[in-house]
Design a protein around this ligand. Structure first.
Ligand SMILES: [Zn+2]
Length: 240
């Protein structure tokens, strides 16, 4: 009995780190799992959230060459083996308690974007996938995030206009073609004139987030920013 209570309490009251600084961030994570997560902090690219080894200015060369449809982006950590294990738990198992941890991470990484956001919109799942997976992992993060920062939560602002094949294994241009026009913002009153913060779990080429941002801008959003849990180190095509 004591063991069961101990484990349950671990999820609510995180183990303290040695320096006591990040205890509240480590809900449900072992010290080893926590140490393996590569968090992204400044300096990073304002346009896509990619980490810089040195402070090389505001935007990376990719963002300078081809500005994204979203204005700015932040990612809490790198998408690697360690973060993937955790994110897959949220994605494919009923581990919604993990969303509280992820909300902490995004709150810290995207503080300046959150401060300016009028509304928060999750990248939608197609309803067929929603049925098979039962919930949308981006929404599991976006909903408590909106509650915490006092922005409007608009889960219905974006809808998938059509079914898209999985983005896994496709090149950057293949991904862009795959999701072009796949999203719509059917009720312009929800988004008109607002600065929207779009939420997704993982950022690879940014094709999905760009298709979402374009739909929101077309519907009259003033600007669209992006916050994700994890991103690949560089915007190269990576199969997930
Ligand atoms: Zn960039």
């Amino acid at each position: 009995m004591a063991g069961v209570i101990g484990r349950a309490l671990d999820l609510v009251f995180p183990p303290q780190t040695l320096d006591g600084s990040d205890g509240a961030q480590s809900v449900g994570l072992s010290a080893e799992a926590w140490a393996r997560i590569q968090f992204i902090s400044e300096p990073c690219c304002d346009g896509c959230g990619a980490p810089f080894e040195f402070d090389i200015g505001e935007r990376c060369t990719l963002c300078q060459a081809r500005p994204k449809a979203f204005a700015r982006a932040r990612a809490a950590c790198l998408y690697d083996e360690a973060s993937r294990d955790l994110i897959l738990k949220l994605k494919h198992a009923d581990r919604t308690e993990l969303s509280g941890l992820f909300v902490n991470w995004i709150t810290r990484a995207a503080a300046d974007l959150l401060a300016e956001a009028d509304a928060i919109v999750p990248v939608p799942l197609h309803r067929w996938r929603l049925l098979s997976r039962r919930y949308n992992q981006a929404a599991e993060i976006a909903r408590p995030l909106a509650r915490r920062c006092g922005a409007a939560y608009l889960p219905g602002a974006l809808v998938r206009a059509r079914h898209t094949a999985s983005q896994g294994g496709k090149s950057g241009s293949g991904r862009r073609r795959n999701v072009a026009g796949a999203f719509e913002a059917p009720d312009t009153r929800q988004v008109e004139g607002r600065r929207i913060l779009l939420i997704d779990d993982v950022l690879t080429t940014g094709a999905t987030a760009e298709a979402c941002a374009k739909a929101l801008l077309k519907a009259g959003a003033r600007a669209v920013d992006l916050a994700v849990l994890a991103r690949v180190r560089e915007a190269a095509p990576t199969a997930i």
